[in-house]
Ligand binder design. Structure first.
Ligand code: GCO
Ligand code: MG
Length: 418
């Protein structure tokens, strides 16, 4: 039966049930009712990903045997000669995950069984806690704990660390009184989403100190720097937060400055997680080989799907690095399912980021994991165990909106990494 099976069509859908453009790939086969679903979500460049799948990947796929996941991944990865970028990797991921979905359906097994079987009984999750004051953040952490979460990411004003109106991103002019920092801004600031770096750097230690005083050591805390400070500031912050025993400190450095990780590693034992912005194997190889990180946090569609993510997990296992796949709102429930199938089947699972799903998402993507008291559970449904309702998806048309938050600037109007 395997040899008669052929790919007949590759479709791409962009839908926004939670107001975030999600990219879904559906691979159809010549066996009636047998199709696969994959996540290709690069929400900031969704239309580009759709074009790559339709124009450059579909012609290479029609007529192929969908069971040949490895050969198809390798072939598509180099078919454009230039490779290892987020747009092409996301397109590749949509196809790759769909092929694993098909493989599971043909084998009548959930994908985790094809990847090694269950290595744990539940996948531990973390969710975000936020607020515009340290008291609000702490209350949100307590709410997360009450929901059963033992791991919580805590941010004071998302990535900004300032007050209510200054939540990380201050559009147009900054009000000096609200800056609360050393720097004044020039007149007539240019448009952008202003980030109060001084307030942020000042607020993180105060926030974590308050949380530990109020909640103690029972909750595993994560904090995301989101690459927004200079490398030496990140090294300094990683040292200053060491006493708060974080589960990990996330994205302290941008992918362009990873050489600074050596200094960070030599100066502090604060656990480090990085990787949501990674798309090239050279982003992670040296960090893992040199044990400069503790958790690899790939957005698995940005590295090309289940096939490379499984290999990355095994690579990390050889060096004592655990996984902490990216799981924000800009990943489809199909991508969430793919994360979980790998999470269940590897020995070096670390933690899984979780973003709650609204009713619309559940309507567009029926099936998927059960979430209960901070753990995710997968059923033994063949394939990825999640479906896609095209009719329901059509009701949530793409927003096609350029992100504003990535136009980050600091006090004098300088553009910074978001
Ligand atoms: C996280 C990430 C997200 C990203 C978002 C970018 O840790 O979940 O940092 O919040 O900012 O996925 O589109
Ligand atoms: Mg992050």
């Amino acid at each position: 039966m395997k040899k008669e099976l052929k790919i007949t069509e590759v479709e791409v859908f962009i839908t926004a049930p939670a107001n975030i453009d999600l990219v879904v790939v559906r691979v159809q086969t010549n066996k009636s009712g047998l199709y696969g679903l994959g996540c290709a979500t690069f929400t900031q460049r969704a239309a580009a990903v759709k074009t790559v799948v339709e124009e450059y990947m579909q012609p290479l796929l029609v007529g192929s045997d969908p069971m040949e996941t490895e050969d198809i991944w390798q072939r598509l990865n180099v078919s454009g000669y230039w490779r290892n970028g987020p747009v092409i990797n996301n397109a590749l991921s949509g196809v790759d995950m769909a092929l694993w979905d098909i493989k599971g359906k043909v084998a009548d097994l959930p994908v985790y069984e094809l990847l090694g079987g269950k290595a744990r009984d539940g996948v531990a999750l973390y969710r975000h806690a936020d607020g515009s004051t340290k008291e609000e953040v702490t209350d949100d952490i307590k709410a997360a704990v009450a929901e059963g979460f033992q791991y919580v990411r805590c941010q004071l004003g998302m990535y900004g660390g300032a007050g209510t109106e200054d939540i990380g991103l201050i559009s147009k002019k900054m009000k000096e009184a609200r800056m609360g920092n050393k720097k004044r801004h020039p007149e007539n600031l240019r448009e952008g989403r202003y980030f109060d770096k001084d307030a942020y750097l000042k607020s993180v230690v105060e926030l974590l100190k308050y949380i530990r005083q109020e909640i103690g050591e029972s909750v595993e805390l994560i904090h995301d720097i989101h690459e927004r400070v200079s490398p030496i500031e990140a090294v300094n912050l990683a040292k200053r937060v060491e006493k708060f025993n974080l589960f990990y400190l996330e994205d302290p450095l941008p992918p362009e400055n990873l050489e600074w990780m050596k200094m960070m590693r030599e100066q502090t034992s604060t656990p480090i997680a990085i990787g949501e912005l990674f798309s090239h194997p050279n982003d992670w190889k040296h960090l893992i080989i040199n044990q400069q990180i503790d958790f690899i946090r790939a957005h698995i569609s940005a590295i090309g799907g289940i096939t490379p993510a499984k290999k990355l997990a095994v690579f990390g296992e050889n060096f004592g690095v655990k996984t902490a796949w990216h799981g924000p709102g800009d990943i489809s429930p199909i991508g969430v399912a793919a994360n979980l199938h790998i999470d269940f089947s590897i020995s070096n699972f670390g933690i899984q980021e979780w973003t709650p799903m609204n009713a619309a998402l559940k309507k567009v993507f029926p099936g998927g994991p059960e979430i209960n008291k901070g753990f995710a559970y997968l059923f033994d449904t063949p394939g990825l165990g999640i479906d896609f309702c095209e009719e329901a998806a059509a009701a949530y048309s793409p927003r096609n909106k350029l992100p504003e938050w990535t136009l980050a600037r600091v006090f004098d109007g300088t553009s910074v990494k978001p």
